[in-house]
Design a protein around this ligand. Structure first.
Ligand code: ZN
Ligand code: ZN
Length: 248
């Protein structure tokens, strides 16, 4: 409190120096930090050179005309210069307009902020949706890969099946007539005409069993003269002995 009082006291003393420069009758108003005074027509501003010490904030110069109305029992009539009045009105309107513009701008900012919040919310929703879609796409991709594996497997199986229906030598399809499949002891099969061609001819006047070399695995297999579907394997180069219990 004491420091504050001192400061105000100092300011008053400081201001008093300026007040002394102005004619006392010209001072209209003074407080702790400002002074309002009139400058008679044709005279210089007594504080013109003190601007650096005493800042004149937004000076509004309004020409006023004072007229004594002594004949009506005293009193002062203040007549404000009509041009100054117009200026003040203009200034008021400008300020009003600015105020309205500020309010409109404030509203626009509020609207834009709301739009921004709504867009953020929608973006958030879309991002969440996109994540779900991504997960679905990944799931479908995995399923597609599995399906592709299955299709690949089935395709190979089909090829194997198709292959098993063709004679491994002539590549004709087996049938139930001339091209019946003959399964050799090694597990491979050939058609009837190919079996005939594959049989290794026995030496003349010898009643040995017929043999052939499997066209797939190159094993020597035994063929009964009756051309049984079943033959049995043997060590390559050694003529086979048919099993005794086989009914030929
Ligand atoms: Zn064949
Ligand atoms: Zn074979």
């Amino acid at each position: 409190m004491q420091i504050s009082a001192y400061t105000i006291s100092y300011a008053l003393i400081y201001l008093y120096d300026f007040m002394e420069k102005v004619e006392v009758e010209d001072i209209i108003y003074a407080d702790t930090d400002s002074i309002v005074y009139s400058i008679p027509d044709g005279e210089e501003d007594p504080l013109e050179n003190s601007i650096g010490d005493l800042k004149r904030m937004n000076p509004v110069i309004i020409s006023v005309q004072l007229k004594l109305r002594g004949d009506e029992g005293g009193g002062v009539q203040v007549i404000v210069d009509p041009q100054a009045q117009t200026e003040v009105e203009k200034l008021k309107r400008t300020l009003e307009l600015r105020g309205k513009r500020m309010t409109a701008m404030q509203k626009r900012i509020e609207i834009l902020e709301n739009v921004q919040r709504e867009l953020d919310r929608r973006i958030g929703n879309l991002q969440a949706e996109a994540r779900v879609h991504q997960a679905v796409i990944e799931g479908l991709q995995e399923q597609t890969n599995r399906d592709a594996d299955v299709i690949d497997f089935l395709h190979k199986e089909q090829l194997a099946y198709e292959g098993s229906r063709l004679c491994s030598v002539c590549q004709y399809r087996y049938d139930s007539a001339a091209r019946t499949p003959h399964v050799l002891d090694c597990g491979h099969a050939v058609c009837g005409p190919c079996l005939d061609r594959l049989i290794i001819p026995p030496p003349p006047n010898q009643t040995v069993d017929l043999v052939l070399r499997c066209p797939v695995c190159r094993k020597i297999v035994y063929v009964y003269p009756a051309r049984s579907r079943v033959v049995f394997s043997m060590i390559p180069g050694v003529l086979p002995v048919p099993p005794r219990d086989l009914d030929i």
